[in-house]
Design a binder for this molecule. Sequence first.
Ligand code: IPE
Ligand code: IPE
Ligand code: MG
Length: 243
Amino acid sequence: MTKEELANISMPAHIGIIMDGNGRWAKQRGLKRSEGHKEGAKVFRAICNYAQEIGVKYLTFYAFSTENWKRPAEEVSAIMDLFRDYLFEAQEREEENMAKGMRVRYIGERSALPEDIVTMITELEKRSADKDVITVNLAVNYGGRDEILHAVKTIAKKVEAGELKADNINLNDIDGNLFTAGQPDPDLIIRPSGEYRLSNFLIWQAAYSEFWFSDILWPDFTADDLDKAIIDYNKRNRRFGGI
Ligand code: IPE
Ligand code: IPE
Ligand code: MG
C-alpha cells in the first residue's frame, strides 16, 4: 500500500484469515500436500509482518481446524511440525519480535496438541503478553462450535456454584469466555482458494464481519492481495442493522 493510500484508508482493527488452498497448490505442481503447507507457512510469516507494518492491530490465522484431524496422520504431523518450527523460530528471534511489539495468542483447544508444542506456545504467550502493537492469534485445533461449547460450560459452572443466575447471563458473559475474550470482533474475514464458507472459523465473532473471497490459493497470496481486500473493505457500507 502506498503512503497515500494508507493515509486515506480505514484500517480494519481485526482481520481473520482462513489459510486455505495449500493442498491444491501442491497438487498443481505435482508436489506432496506437505510442500503446500510448507509454502503456506512462509506466506503466513510474510503476511504477518506486512499486516503489522500497515497498522493492523489484531490478526487471526486459521491454521488447523477441529475437523482437520480427519486427514491422514502423515499430513497432520507435517502441519504440527511446521507449527513447531514457527515456535522454535519465535524463541530464537525473541528479541526481534519483542521489539516489534508482537503479542502472540493461541486460540483453540491446546490439550489435544503435542506436549512440546503446548509448552512452547504457553511460554510465547506469557513472554509476549504485555506487547501491544499487534496481537496475532494462532488458531490451531480451533473450532467455533467448540469455542462456544467451552464458554457455555464455564458459564454453567458459575451457575452451578451459585455465582450467577441463569436469567442474568448476557452476551458479555459469552464474549468474555471465548478464546478471543477482550479482543474486537473481526471486521474483515479473508478466505482464499475459491471456497465460500467459514468452515467453523470465528462463527460467533463473525456476526457482522465483512467477507473477502478470492480464487488465489494461500501459498500464492501476497501483500498486494491483502491490500486489495482492505481497499474493498473500505467500499463496504457497514450498517449493523441500522440505516
Ligand atoms: C489449508 O489448506 C490448510 C489446512 C486446512 C490445514 P488445505 O490443506 O485445506 O488445502 P486444500 O483446500 O486441500 O487445497
Ligand atoms: C479450513 O480449511 C481450515 C483451515 C484453513 C485451517 P479446510 O480446507 O479444512 O475447510 P473445508 O474442509 O474445505 O471446509
Ligand atoms: Mg482446504
